[in-house]
Each structure stands twice: as C-alpha cells, then as structure tokens.
Design a protein around this ligand. Structure first.
Ligand code: AKG
Ligand code: FE2
Length: 293
C-alpha cells in the first residue's frame, strides 16, 4: 500500500492520518498469537501462586486478561516489548507493509526506538491527553519522529479508541507540563478496524477515554525515527527496521533480543527524564523535506 500525496497533505495539516487497511490479518495474527501466549503464561503463573482460581482458558484474546485482572488486582497490563522480546513482535516491528507506510513520513533510513509499547487497555482505564514529544531526553527533543498506533482488536468509542486534537502541532510548541498547559480544543475520536494504522505527529495532543466494555482494547503504540539521530531513551535499544543505503545494517532478531536483555540488566525500570516546566517552541524539523510532487 502506498501512502497518497493527499494523505501526506492531510497529515501535515491535521497532525495525524489514519491509513485504512494498511495491514492484513496475516500481518497481525502472529503478534496476536504471541500475546495470547504471554497472557496464558501470566495466567499459569498466577494460578500456581494461588492468586487466581481459574485460568480463564476459554476466554478469547480480547477478554482473557480482563477476567484475570478482575480476579487479581495486581494485574494491570502485560510485560512490555523489551521485557518479553519475542520473535513475532520483533518481526512485526520490521513488517514490510508497516515500514512501507512509515517511509514517506521519515525517509528510508528507519529505526524503531524503545518508546514503543504493547498496550492492553483494561476495562475502566483511560489515557490522559499529552504529546509524545515529552517522552525524551533533552538531547533527542528535536528529532523527527512519528507515532504509529494500531489496534489488535477493533477500537471503538465504547472501548476507548484513540482521540486527537487536530491542528495543534502547527503551534510548534512542546507542552512539557501537559496536564496544566495543553490547549483546550475539542478532540476527535478515531475508531479503527484491525489493519488500520494511525500515523501521528509528535506534537499532536492525544489520549483516550475510558474503556466502557468488559473486554481489553489491545493496541500497539510505536515510535519510528531516522537512524543515527539521538534516541529519546538511549539506555534502551533501538532497532534498524529498514536501511535502503545499507540493508546489511538492519537489526537481526538475535541482536535485538540480546541488546534488550543486556540493557534491562543495567536499567531495569524506565527513567523519567526531567522536563522543562513551561511550554517551549519545538526547534526540530516538523516534517520530512520532500521534493514537491
Ligand atoms: O493507546 C492509547 O490510548 C494512548 C496511546 C498513546 O498515548 C500513544 O500511542 O502515544
Ligand atoms: Fe502518547
């Protein structure tokens, strides 16, 4: 699937664009199966410890973790990508159809940085509005980076699909203390089907309302940037998803796996970097410079 010039223009204007049907069920199935297995492992572990009475084995992917969480308060998610470091997840981060969608936004030298997550949004939970530009060291604050958000189950208003504040990126401002400073504009909801991919500017405020269903709104939120630029979280590994200049430099599963294991040994929990206390102008490139078409 190629991204059209209309979609690129929409992105530059609005600060987000949904590419419908960018991925196939076959692209998502291994990732979903892998997370189904991760949930199964969590269930067996808690059951062995006597913390849940049932394995909830007959529940499908979209509800099983919620039923486990109902029984056991300590369950509020699953271990993240770098902690589990599984092969289908790695393969997905480099999925050619996914990377094809990203290339028009940041160019052909593409890294996935470690501010990338799997997110099982449980019933009742929401996500406060923020810009992704705030999750960074000051060294990497100006990099060109896109957020790639995609659902693993259908995302609806009812289960708390993503919401964005269109056009705010054009203020070229980082609202570091977002809860007190973000502009107060009406957000729009972005219901999405499995296979749809949202590309979002790092200055676009977004969040999501409460999940008012009894199922889990599973999604991935990933960050891609140009290879060689500073990482917003340098203590954890990035991976080279595509290099047109030097395909041999693309990261292998084994290297990615071992880099995460070593990095988490050193720095097991996320560092929260100091943030400026006031909104500041964004000083990086807003968009990829591309020849006008
Ligand atoms: O999935 C959500 O509800 C919010 C995710 C988010 O903040 C992000 O993808 O950057
Ligand atoms: Fe975010």
């Amino acid at each position: 699937m190629t991204v059209t010039s209309e979609q690129l223009a929409f992105y530059e204007q609005e600060g987000y664009v949904v590419i419908k049907g960018a991925l196939t069920d076959g692209d998502l199935a291994p990732l979903i199966q892998e997370h189904d297995l991760i949930v199964d492992e969590i269930a067996r572990d808690l059951h062995t410890q006597g913390k849940i009475a049932s394995l909830h084995e007959n529940e499908p992917f979209k509800t099983r973790l919620a039923r486990i969480a109902d029984e056991c308060e300590q369950v509020d998610g699953v271990p993240d990508i770098g902690n589990t470091r599984r092969r289908a997840t790695f393969d997905f981060l480099r999925n050619q159809r996914l990377v094809d969608v990203i290339e028009p936004f940041i160019g052909p030298e593409i890294s996935c940085n470690p501010v990338s997550h799997v997110r099982p949004k449980l019933p009742g939970t929401d996500v406060a509005f923020h810009q992704d530009a705030v999750f960074t060291t000051q060294d990497a604050k100006d990099i060109l980076q896109v957020t790639v958000w995609l659902p693993l189950v259908k995302a609806t208003e009812e289960n708390g699909c993503l919401q964005v504040q269109p056009g705010i990126h054009q203020q070229r401002t980082v609202f570091w203390s977002y809860s007190k400073d973000l502009p107060d504009t009406e957000p729009i909801s972005l219901p999405m089907q499995k296979g749809d991919v949202l590309i979002m500017h790092k200055l676009t405020p977004h969040g999501s309302g409460p999940n008012n269903t009894n199922a889990v709104r599973w999604s991935m939120d990933l960050r891609y940037q140009q290879t060689g630029e500073p990482s917003p979280r340098p203590e954890w590994p990035s991976l080279i998803a595509r290099s047109r200049r030097d395909p041999g430099s693309e990261t292998t599963f084994e290297d990615w796996h071992d880099a995460w294991a070593a990095a988490l040994d050193e720095t097991p929990t996320q560092i929260r970097y100091p943030r400026p206390s006031e909104p500041l102008p964004f000083e990086g490139e807003m968009f990829l410079d591309r020849p006008s078409d």
